[in-house]
Design a protein around this ligand. Structure first.
Ligand code: SAM
Ligand code: DTB
Ligand code: SF4
Length: 329
């Protein structure tokens, strides 16, 4: 498809070619946004955005070498490490998130992979957070199929595990694990019956082809992730990627619109990096089909716009937070 008929797009497919994905990404900007918004409206309630809140339940001292990450033990970012939090502290944060309108609570841990005793405690966190009536999400690094099943049994609704970039560029960003390791965990999560949250980061020095290839990889997984976080790199001093040229905001919007067209029924989350985006760019991202954000003052270790700013932004744009779906007991 060299000159795509964007008007034909809108069905859920897993057989996209790389050339089709590229043709969508590079289409004239207004055509791309028009059709992304059309497909968005065919699949979702317009002007409604899902709201999740993040909590770092174990911070820093991670053995992995992800070049973007302030939590890697290999880079001096001045971050204070913290052991796995007490269950009561996590439940308190989840209660506050719920009171502020979040419907999903995501617990993040700076692990390569969780050890059995750590998983035991995290399972208690998951079941107690779920008992509050919140959807639960965790991101803990690599999982075995058995660990994924344990988390499912504890009540985990979503597992976040990002592919981060294209298979071709991955080795430039992470050397302590492979792309296939990531795919294996995603399969374990899927097989356990947990919803998959999987996306990537833009602004790491990747080419346009890498961006298209990441989106193509996500859209050709055997089953589309239910949730696709698109992060803009948060540049943290001390990490190897600090000081890179800033991402062109229009490329971010293109990536979101392409995700909306390639993965029509998936939630697309405008994820990290919003403190560096103008309100106008965020508005374009919502127009392009983004329909989820992280709400609250902090992501895991870096700042997020904060509640009052986002409330004002939603009001100015006529966006309402999506109401909680019933979480079965
Ligand atoms: N350690 C686990 C892992 O890597 O899967 C879970 C936590 S890790 C912090 C979760 C995700 O955060 C990463 O996959 C990456 O996509 C995102 N992330 C980390 N640092 C980031 C940064 N500086 N900017 C944007 N996204 C970032
Ligand atoms: C995702 O895709 N983005 C979130 C969440 N999943 C875990 C994490 C963003 C982290 C940004 C850097 C930080 O705050 O440490
Ligand atoms: Fe560790 Fe995850 Fe950060 Fe990589 S992204 S260094 S695995 S916390």
């Amino acid at each position: 498809m060299t000159s795509p008929d964007l008007g034909l797009l809108g069905t859920v497919r897993s057989d996209w070619t790389l050339e089709e994905a590229r043709a969508i990404y590079t289409a004239p900007f207004s055509d791309l946004l028009f059709h992304a918004q059309r497909v968005h409206r065919e699949n979702f309630v317009p002007n409604q955005v899902q709201v999740s809140t993040l909590l770092s339940v174990k911070t820093g001292a991670c053995p992995e070498d992800c070049k973007y990450c302030p939590q890697s033990v290999r880079y001096d970012t001045g971050l204070d490490s913290e052991q796995l939090l007490d269950v009561s502290a996590v439940v308190e944060a989840a209660q506050a998130a719920k009171a502020n309108g979040a419907t999903r609570f995501c617990m993040g841990a700076a692990y390569r992979n969780p050890k059995p005793h750590q998983l035991q405690k995290i399972k208690v966190m998951v079941s107690e957070v779920r008992a509050l009536g919140l959807e639960t999400c965790a991101t803990l690094g690599m999982l075995t199929p058995g660990q994924a099943t344990e988390l499912k049994d504890a009540g985990l609704d979503y597992y976040n595990h990002n592919l981060d970039t294209s298979p071709e560029f991955y080795g430039e960003i992470v050397t302590t694990r492979t792309y296939q390791d990531r795919l294996d965990t995603l399969q374990a999560v899927r097989d356990a019956g947990i919803n998959v949250c999987c996306g990537g980061i833009l602004g790491m020095g990747e080419t346009e082809t890498d961006r298209v290839s990441l989106l193509h990889t996500l859209a050709t997984l055997p089953q589309h992730p239910e949730s696709v976080p698109i992060n803009q790199l948060v540049q943290v001093p001390g990490t190897p990627l600090h000081g890179l040229p800033e991402l062109d905001p229009l490329d971010l919007v293109r990536a979101i619109a392409t995700a909306r067209l390639l993965l029509p029924k998936s939630y697309v989350r405008l994820s990290a990096g919003r403190t560096d985006m103008s309100d106008a760019v965020q508005a374009l991202c919502f127009l392009a089909g983004a329909n989820s954000i992280f709400y609250g003052d902090r992501l895991l270790t870096t700042p997020n716009p904060g509640r009052s700013h986002d409330e004002q932004l939603f009001q100015r744009l006529g966006i309402v937070p999506e109401q909680a779906a019933a979480v079965a007991g």
